[in-house]
Design a protein around this ligand. Structure first.
Ligand code: ARG
Length: 470
């Protein structure tokens, strides 16, 4: 079917046809386009807009195409897009009657519908993958509730925590990423079909029926909005960008933690590479590439927003140029998620090194100040000053936290306040011990094994609930 033969005398130039064709990146719409045509044709017949026998022929030919696959289509460059390619196929099978399929339908509402169908599918897969990853992290965390490690602020030793607590920080970020994807999905799940070119049709089409047949939650209530809206794409790519931000942060930590200097984890061979010249090398390439590929998502989001910016209502061909950026975002987000999950879930944790770091650098100093407040009713600011001076003194004298005695502490307290503290030696050692320190943090959200178990329980319930409704 040559669309142009009515209106034009000339064919489009070959270069213009190639320049404007979306066929290459429309391929992902192939199956959705068949579904869209099937639903629309079924509805046309039901509404007695087209003859049931014609509808039957169209439907049979579409189903045949679905079975044969995309290779059955003529995808020459002068076929403008997938919608024309599918229509041409039906015409080649049943002749002119194929033309009834396009009654009260435009490629404008069709492409918007196809995009939503495919995107929904991808977002569902991504949501499931996030849940699987979260579950995997919880499993790993359950093995490390007492694996004491150092936690950082400004990338400097801050306070002790456990490996499990740190892993649960990842899980909670991923939970929000999941919820954001799920929320974006709600606005993808709206049917534009029936908007036709932009103002619906004078045929009595049944939008509820196609909405039901295509499995959408609802249909878009304004036909002009229906064909021009692509915010659902921007929003989905944004939610995936944030998901990848979380993943890139995990990667960054794996890169750092697997260094000789940190030595906290070892990334599995399967996710590492070596050097062509330095035979001793083990490089965290998967983490690095995932960290870098996150930038692709940000770039695609910017491109999509910039294409959308200031477009007049309703359909503009500009919109077509969004599709390849959507596909690229989806495929990169899916790859990053899969690889980062598999990499993280196979790391080997060096518990001794974790503990050594937690013990080495006065990370428990906050709690030493805290017992002065608790036991001796000293204002926290004064206690903070005493402990700060103590750490400075210990560093000068090369004293380790375990060597801090009541006497040293009293000497410093006396210098600063004129009074001794007289703290119990055992108590001092207890608060300076990182595991005891962590166990004492019984506040919800904190690192004590009980609190971590509690948080993990809630996350498991969340995963279970989500699995059973989606
Ligand atoms: N290939 C087009 C797209 O992806 C389909 C819609 C074409 N509509 C039109 N009026 N030219 O947006």
């Amino acid at each position: 079917m040559n669309l142009r033969s009515g209106r034009f005398k000339q064919k489009m130039s070959a270069e213009a046809a190639e320049f404007t064709s979306s066929l290459e990146f429309d391929k992902k719409l192939f199956e959705a386009d068949i579904e869209c045509n099937l639903a629309h044709t079924t509805m046309l017949a039901q509404q007695k807009i087209i003859d049931p026998e014609t509808a039957d022929k169209i439907i049979r030919s579409l189903k045949k195409l679905r079975k044969e696959g995309i290779t059955a289509l003529n995808l020459d460059y002068d076929v403008e897009d997938i919608h024309m390619a599918v229509e041409n196929y039906v015409s080649s099978q049943i002749g002119e009657e194929a033309g009834f399929m396009h009654t009260a339908k435009s490629r404008n509402d069709q492409v918007a519908t196809d995009l939503r169908i495919v995107l929904k599918d991808n977002l569902e897969d991504i949501q499931q993958e996030i849940l699987v990853f979260m579950e995997g992290i919880l499993q790993l965390a359950s093995e490390h509730e007492e694996t004491v490690m150092i936690a950082y602020t400004h990338l400097q030793h801050a306070q002790p925590t456990t490996f499990a607590h740190h892993l649960l920080a990842y899980t909670h970020s991923l939970k929000r990423d999941y919820e954001r994807v799920k929320d974006a999905y709600k606005r993808v799940d709206l049917n534009p079909l029936g908007s036709a070119a932009l103002t619906t049709s004078s045929f009595p089409i049944d939008r509820e029926l196609t909405t039901h047949l295509l499995g959408f939650q609802d249909y878009l209530r304004n036909s002009m909005d229906g064909v021009s809206a692509r915010d659902f794409i921007a929003e989905s790519v944004f939610s995936l960008s944030l998901l990848c931000t979380t993943l890139s942060k995990i990667c960054e930590e794996m890169v750092l933690w697997s260094t000789y200097e940190f030595g906290i984890v070892e990334i599995a061979d399967e996710f590492s590479s070596t050097s062509s010249i330095m035979p001793q090398k083990k490089n965290p390439d998967v983490a690095e590439i995932a960290r870098a590929k996150t930038a692709i998502l940000y770039g695609e989001l910017m491109t999509i927003l910039t294409i959308l910016r200031a477009l007049p209502y309703t359909y503009n061909r500009d919109l077509q140029e969004i599709s390849p950026h959507l596909w690229n975002s989806l495929h990169n987000a899916q790859d990053i998620l899969k690889l980062v999950a598999n990499m993280l879930l196979t790391v080997k944790v060096n518990k001794e090194r974790c503990l050594k770091l937690a013990k080495s650098n006065f990370a428990t100093a906050t709690d030493l100040a805290d017992i002065m407040v608790r036991e001796k009713n000293i204002p926290f600011r004064t206690a903070h000053k005493i402990v700060g001076r103590l750490v400075s003194h210990a560093l000068d004298q090369n004293l380790k936290p375990a060597q801090i005695s009541t006497a040293v502490l009293d000497q410093i307290a006396q210098e600063l306040t004129g009074e001794k503290l007289d703290l119990d030696e055992k108590l001092i050692q207890k608060v300076l011990d990182p595991l005891e320190n962590v166990k004492s943090r019984q506040v919800p959200g904190g690192p004590s094994p009980e609190q971590v178990q509690e948080a993990a329980k809630h996350l498991k319930q969340f995963i279970f609930k989500e699995r059973n409704i989606t």
